[in-house]
Design a protein around this ligand. Sequence first.
Ligand code: CP
Ligand code: NVA
Length: 305
Amino acid sequence: MARHFLTLHDYTKAELDNMLTLAVELKHKQKQGIKHRLLKGKTLAMIFDKSSTRTRISFEVGIYQLGGHGLFISSGTSQMGRGEPVKDTARVLARYCDGIMVRTFGQEIVDELAAYSSVPVINGLTDLYHPCQIMADIMTVIEHKGTYEGQKFAWVGDGNNMANTWIEAAAIFGFDLALACPKGYEPDASVMAWAEGTAPGRVTLTSDPHEAVRGADVLNTDVWASMGMEAEQQERQLAFSGYCLDDALCGLAHPDHLVLHCLPAHRGEEISDSVIEGKHSQVWDEAENRLHVQKAIMVTLMGDQ
Ligand code: CP
Ligand code: NVA
């Protein structure tokens, strides 16, 4: 049976560490011009129900660098957009392709694809999780801090797919994560409960951004209105007032802190221009690492054993 990559909590720390080690190795090979055609002749179907710059391009370039081929499939221009069932699409794509990457709305859609697919399914973002992104973020922390062990992580903003995945990461990898979210915009309650059951005390939640950021080594934020929530933009701007990662807030963090943002960013909302362009920001390395980490995920799942 195919192994999928739908959430981080389907994997052990050791398995995720192995993927990160492979990502570092593949990054080195790519930079040195050393061929690494570990998925020669393999094809990846890439289904998009939502917009994307990084995810689409990094997967497409990644599978190409591995000697394979990626197929961009927009749901709007395929039969999925006309109501063909997910379970039928899954079985057909699995007859043509060696893997399926999907970006969509409900987590249940990727779960159904995976249930009916005989080839690995990779979650390229749902409303609930963004596991490829958090793997790239952790790789960036390792590059800049040497390790994620013992680092104190802070999340400021919406309790969204990114926040939920950071919560899982904190519990699995074993680091401290302090989240600051406005009331009514907290992370998924079942994800919080799972983390508390798995790694008691690792994840804390407050509505005070100062409390979350004080002394933190790695600061994270994301847009206030995720894809699909555009209609709430105005009310969210009011609710998130005071949650901008600006110089004053970052001044409370450890002097050598990193700033991460999965991008796209809204300067002047969740992050100030001076912070994203500042010396603590590693958002470009973070974006680049999507390529390397996803190549490692594809090789792990789709490679010949
Ligand atoms: N961070 C991220 O997933 O970017 P895209 O939406 O551009 O893919
Ligand atoms: N939380 C954002 C992440 C974009 C990469 C969204 O879901 O739109």
